[in-house]
Design a binder for this molecule. Sequence first.
Ligand SMILES: Cc1cc2nc3c(=O)[nH]c(=O)nc-3n(C[C@H](O)[C@H](O)[C@H](O)COP(=O)(O)O)c2cc1C
Length: 192
Amino acid sequence: MADNKESRKVLVLLGSPRKKGNSAILAGQIIMGAESAGAEVETIFLHEKKIAPCQSCYACQKKDSKGCAIDDDMQPIFQKLIKTDSWVIASPVYWFTMSAQTKLFMDRCFALSAYQKNPFAGKRIAIAMSYGDTDPFTSGCVNALRTFQDAFRYVGSKIVGVVYGSALEAGEIDSNTALMKTAEELGKKLAG
Ligand SMILES: Cc1cc2nc3c(=O)[nH]c(=O)nc-3n(C[C@H](O)[C@H](O)[C@H](O)COP(=O)(O)O)c2cc1C
């Protein structure tokens, strides 16, 4: 672990506009598990942040880059991402993949390499997703999971586990007690 890393710290990125929605509840269970294992958790509600789309200027990829050229709320998030080894990404399924809020965040992570060499190496990631359909395939959840899998494999991060479930109305996922337990266990694993 690099010197500037804060050990047993978990950064949670909530990608739904519903603060108390299903993916946030799943993330909450992961947090409960992580905290019970001794982790310190910080949560970022992406929807209330000003995060512009990547503008493909490649300023972040230039030699001696000073970072992402877009001066918005991603700037402090870059610093937190660098300093935290364990991330939770929670998203609803929107139009057969992750939410726009989550995708904006993912695209902007392209610039992380301007702040640290191999910024994704050694990161441990948990994914939480919810969808309205009854099936993870027809809902599009699997598309999003594949995207996360491909992206984090490409950059050398480890997906520690994924939790996902069907629920349409906000809070509905709460009644899936088996899933709640699985999410809590994932939190313990992430922090452990
Ligand atoms: C704009 C929008 C698009 C959606 N697209 C899908 C979809 O493609 N597949 C699906 O199963 N559910 C879809 N849903 C339902 C949500 O995935 C579902 O309600 C989910 O539990 C919401 O999670 P949240 O409470 O964390 O926001 C959509 C909902 C919205 C608002």
